[in-house]
Write a protein that binds this ligand. Sequence first.
Ligand code: G4P
Length: 542
Amino acid sequence: MSAGAHGTGEIEREVARRRTFAIISHPDAGKTTLTEKLLLYGGALREAGAVRGQRSARHATSDWLELEQQRGISVSSSALYFDYNGHRVNILDTPGHQDFSEDTYRTLMAADSAVMLMDAAKGVEEQTRKLFQVCRLRRIPIFTFVNKMDRFGREGLDLMSEIEEILGIDAVPVDWPVGSGAQFRGVYDRMRERLLLYSGGEHGTTRVDQEVFEGTLDDPEIREVLGSGYDDLAENLELIQGAGAELDLEAVQAGEQTPMFFGSALTNYAVEPFLERFLSMAPCPGARLSDQGGIDPVGHPFSGFVFKIQANMDPDHRDRVAFLRVCSGRFTKGATTQHERTGKSLRLANSTLIMGSDRHEVDSAYPGDVVGLFDPGIFRIGDTVSDEGDFAYAGIPSFSPESFMRVEVAATLKRKSLEKGIAQLVQEGAVQLFEAHDAAAVTWILGAMGPLQFEVMRHRLKGEYRVDLELTSLPFKLARWPQGDFDPDLFRHAERIKVVRDGEGRFAILAHNDWDVQRALERHEGLVLSDTADPHLFEAAR
Ligand code: G4P
């Protein structure tokens, strides 16, 4: 069915009103709180706090999510949506722990922009930096929200230069804070020339409308309201102006400039003005690159790609859900489309829009939306589905793991379940599987970004497949993939390098550190090593 059959006008309108983004932050900066408040202002929550509530409801129903609770971290991600001022807003939740930065990367593949959230007292933290780098790979626009202004925080100028120095992106304040903590008076909106007064203290579940004073800085009323905070504000704004920090939407779209906002999610302060401005500046879904060039969201019939697979979300229904980002045309429940990798026809029968842990059946969806498809085991991360059936979206590259474990296969009786469980988790992209062929024996080696992923894996294998996973830590810290011709005997006697095959049967080498890799490159002329199995995909993803 072509886009034309539904009318491109309808699709054009739906695309133009959609904003699909992810929030990235260091744990504890306030991502859950901000998400709740966005939902509150979006009318999707009657009472703020339900995101947390939903989370705990999930803990109650899902076994492996217990781990999240025990460790106080978020390892699963979901999508949320709401309507605001005519916009359809899709928020893609990203895991908060750095061991899951690869999941974050995959989620960002489905996002059109990102909100970088930071704690005003802490600035750019380790995880912010890591996730920011991931955004950079995608070159999507990044908007900065400095949170917790109701607490004593660092100077705005200090935060601004930290963003520029550590992250290498120009931070351009859209608004500017007057004081912080007990002295916090509000923010002055530079672009709209108005003061949003902070009235303090409302931790709540009700919407708070800020008292607004329209006017330039010369306005005596603003001077009077701010009292002793006024001089500081005037001085800071002059400095910012003098430094020539002007908002340039093209530079924002290119990921070279980040508009910067200040507020306090907990006290509902400056959240709605942020949402409004963000929605007016963030891009709607655009053309996405495929092996046949850019696919325009309006000009093509339905297409999308799978960016996440999650099995056993609900242990009562041993199901597997493939999360599909719609990229063009209209998704219609029950329609028949093409699965590019297998070349088979596919009926889009069971389709749900995901709202946290709730699922709603959907009949249609548009570019930018995330649809959960019931997956009988046919999907892989990165798969394309399209009505035209003759193109594939640029796939999703895998990072080199940073932690490796050997699988001990002790209880042979359980081998089948173990194999099934590992295969499932590998398909979800939770871990990477390598095989080392030594003499007659084959050893399984699992690679992950960090130890927490192994812990989740062990927990899930036990809960879902009833097998105990025994792992032995290996000294390797990275994998590299040889490009072009490669002779596996090259490293037959090497002590610090091991030749393996990855899940797709490609040769890879595991090494202790970068130095080993450098030495191998120096010793073996013509050897080319890539830090991803699919280097072309990183380029294509940009
Ligand atoms: P995360 O998802 O990024 O990990 O952060 P989360 O929203 O869970 O917030 C972490 C802590 O920071 C929470 O406090 C939360 O209430 C607090 N917080 C979030 N936004 C603000 C803000 O604007 N101002 C202040 N002062 N605090 C904020 P907690 O004590 O760890 O949890 P809770 O008992 O409040 O739930």
